[in-house]
Design a protein. Structure first.
Length: 161
């Protein structure tokens, strides 16, 4: 399973856990009248134990999901080019702050990316027409340290005025 598949599955699992725990804890808060009115202890722990667990799951999902965030940008293109292996680079008019990337004024797109020609076409159009590009990168090129586009919907680019 790739990173994007893991991310989708993990987010789905978090959402399901939240709904299940919410249903469980609402049952704790509103136990049945027969059990509450008798002296029989409830088989389900009450109050803080359920809510503490619920809050731990929420916090864990929020912290873990934030590590997979993409980096958005709105910036001008100063140059575009292609490497010998077919990968492209897009030089930017300013930095983008992609976490973990060592170079911030350039985006690389791998030659194996299914949309490499479309990214190049948008960058060349932006450069020649004096337009900006806007979008999001989702990762760093392991060879160069530059921000890059992956093949998920978390990576995208389009032209703006």
């Amino acid at each position: 399973m790739n990173l994007q598949g893991f991310r989708r599955n993990f987010v789905g699992l978090c959402a399901r856990l939240v709904s299940e725990i919410g249903a469980f804890t609402s049952g704790i808060a509103h136990s049945s009248p027969t059990c509450a009115s008798s002296n029989i202890p409830s088989p389900v722990p009450r109050g803080r134990v359920g809510w503490g667990f619920f809050l731990a799951i929420i916090f864990g999902c929020a912290v873990t999901e934030s590590t997979f965030a993409n980096t958005t940008f709105s910036i001008g293109v100063t140059a575009t080019g292609i490497y010998g292996d077919g990968s492209i680079y897009i030089f930017l008019s300013g930095p983008i702050s992609a976490p973990g990337c060592t170079v911030t004024n350039r985006i690389d797109v791998a030659s194996t990316h299914p949309q490499v020609k479309q990214f190049l076409a948008l960058a060349v159009t932006a450069k020649t027409a004096g337009l900006k590009i806007e979008g999001a990168v989702n990762g760093c090129d392991p060879n160069t340290g530059n921000p890059t586009f992956d093949t998920s919907r978390m990576s995208y680019m389009y032209l703006i005025d």
